[in-house]
Write a new protein. Structure first.
Length: 174
């Protein structure tokens, strides 16, 4: 096998073809919709800076933009990676970015909504329907209200006659 230096790198190959067509990196970025930083990393063969899953897609899109055969560029990339002594045939992997723990917004909204609904129902039961709770307490304590027959008029308690010593007691009789 040839050493990596003897094989033209895919990045160098793409860069020379781009420059021969007098295209800027910005023009290629706009046409391929690949950021300039990614294109620059590919031209410099810094594949460890790129997401591993997208390297072949990026190379293919770049080659197609330049009017080259994408399969040829991908094969050139595979051969180049295989001959790199430090990688021993392994494709460099993009390091995943550590994720922050996110709050489940949907669960939070549902929980708050349920709590607001319960608070409203409690408020409505005490403020908007006060007679309902008051009458149910008094009806439950009175045995005569539970009978289904005709009800008799309420019995009035006899009151004591006013005492003459109280002021205004004599005024009622006159």
């Amino acid at each position: 096998m040839e050493p990596a230096e003897a094989i033209e790198s895919p990045g160098q190959y793409l860069k020379t073809r781009r420059e021969s067509r007098k295209l800027s990196l910005n023009q290629v970025a706009q046409e391929t919709r690949i950021r300039e930083a990614i294109l620059r990393s590919m031209e410099e063969d810094k594949y460890e800076d790129l997401p591993h899953l997208y390297v072949k897609s990026f190379l293919s899109a770049y080659a197609a933009c330049l009017g080259l055969d994408p399969n040829e560029v991908i094969l050139l990339h595979k051969e180049y990676i295989k001959n790199l002594p430090r990688l021993k045939g392994k494709v460099p992997r993009h390091q995943p970015v550590p994720r922050k723990r996110r709050v489940n917004v949907r669960l939070l909204v549902i929980s708050v909504s349920v709590l607001v609904l319960i608070a409203f129902l409690v408020y409505a039961s005490f403020k908007l329907l006060p007679g309902f709770f008051h009458s149910s307490r008094t009806e439950g304590s009175s045995p005569s209200s539970s009978s289904s027959g005709p009800s008799s008029p309420p019995v009035q308690k006899e009151t004591e006659p006013p005492i003459a010593d109280q002021p205004g007691a004599n005024e009622r009789f006159f």
